[in-house]
Design a protein. Structure first.
Length: 404
């Protein structure tokens, strides 16, 4: 029997996109089990790589748009269009991370009180200009916490303070918000289907709200987290007053620093659990029916992973088929052992020695390959399989790899 491995990783934030992670894992797998059949199925989750992943899966196209970055810099961001049947309304794919991702916030400016989502609105406007009749927004890997205020402003909404002046960018501006005027909102939005793929477990407010859970990951101090929570409470209150919608604890409203809340309340969009969207284009279940062992990966495995991250979703689907799952992580954080209950049978880290974050990013690919190789050598010993001496990392066995 030929052992078939399914490699289905997420990306490693700020270092590897999902398909890059999959290729490095496949390299390690080939070195450990040269006769195995390897299926690569990188999984996008709304964050980095969402646009390119769906465009690639559908045979679509990409274009580059000049937009505002999260700290006001100019960026070249990717806008995608799905490959669809003739006569089908054009679907554009917009990725929050492309215009407001954490990777675009310099380390010395990581204060989510001041980062802004304006570039996301500029991407949406570019999609409308290109004739899109549906816009699919991927939420994840953001460096913002402004509730989508900047996005809405770029599309014509006016968010004003008590004196009638436009509020400042970022969550800090939401502290001064006194009135929302939607009369100038781009009218094309009302004629366009707006859908967002979000982490359904992300809420705007409360103990599990976006400021408390994700603010520190974006550089916020304890004091700044408290300020952001107050700012988002004020934002939710004015959203309710302007639109009649209470998004404070709506599932997915906390996605991308609360941008999910602004997307549905201000733009009239709909929020969807991200894997309901992604799996329409990535046929992961069918691929699992053809394999014996599943490998997945992400940048950090911790107690947040079971709350909608790729490894937990991959494991959930694998367990429906009785398949064993191994996860490889760039780092292991608090509560990593909670992933056993989520269906991950074993996990390991790529880190081999103490190192700086910059070094970990630079070596992410080779270290991921090495960690995958060692994990599978352990598997081979347990299964009584033979392993080959480690080959150079550049070795390839084209007939043993299927890339999806």
């Amino acid at each position: 029997m030929t052992l078939t491995l399914l490699i289905a990783p997420s990306g490693f934030k700020e270092s590897l996109l999902p398909w890059q992670a999959a290729e490095h894992m496949a390299d390690g797998a080939r070195r450990a089990l040269p006769h195995a059949r390897i299926i690569q199925a990188p999984v996008v989750d709304g964050g980095e790589g969402f646009t390119e992943g769906l465009v690639h899966a559908t045979g679509g196209s990409l274009r580059t748009v000049d937009v505002s970055g999260p700290v006001g810099q100019r960026l070249q961001a990717r806008l995608g269009f799905l490959g669809e049947a003739p006569g089908t309304p054009t679907t554009a794919v917009v990725e929050v991370a492309a215009a407001a991702g954490l990777r675009w916030v310099p380390a010395d400016r990581r204060n989510p009180l001041h980062t802004c989502s304006r570039g996301v609105g500029e991407l949406i406007r570019a999609a409308l200009d290109a004739g899109a009749r549906r816009i699919l927004l991927g939420c994840g890997d953001s460096g913002i916490n402004d509730g989508g205020a900047g996005m809405a402003q770029a599309l014509g909404a006016r968010l004003l303070d008590a004196r009638g002046n436009a509020i400042a960018p970022g969550a800090a501006g939401l502290l001064q918000l006194a009135h929302i005027d939607l009369s100038g909102l781009d009218a094309r939005l009302h004629r366009t289907q707006l859908d967002a793929a979000v982490n359904w477990q992300n809420q705007l407010l409360g103990p599990r709200g976006v400021a408390r859970v994700h603010g520190p990951q974006k550089g916020a101090t304890t004091t700044q987290v408290a300020e952001m929570e107050v700012a988002l409470h004020n934002f939710a209150r004015h959203l309710h007053r302007a639109t009649g919608m209470d998004v404070s604890r709506q599932p997915g409203s906390g996605a991308s620093g609360g941008l999910g809340a602004g997307f549905c309340a201000l733009l009239g969009g709909r929020l969807h659990p991200r894997y309901e969207v992604v799996m329409q284009y990535l046929d992961l279940d069918r691929l699992m029916d053809r394999c014996h062992l599943v490998l997945t990966a992400e940048g950090q495995l911790d107690d947040q992973t079971p709350r909608g991250k790729v490894p937990a979703e991959v494991a959930r689907r694998a367990k429906q088929r009785g398949l064993p799952v191994i996860a490889v992580a760039g780092a292991l954080g608090p509560g990593a052992d909670s992933n056993h209950a989520a269906g991950i049978d074993a996990y390991t880290s790529t880190l081999r020695e103490p190192c700086s974050l910059d070094d970990a990013f630079r070596q992410a690919g080779p270290w991921l390959a090495d960690a995958t190789e060692q994990a599978l050598r352990m598997v081979a010993i347990g299964m009584g399989l033979s392993t080959a001496p480690a080959a150079p990392a550049v070795a390839r066995s084209p007939d043993a790899t299927v890339v999806v």
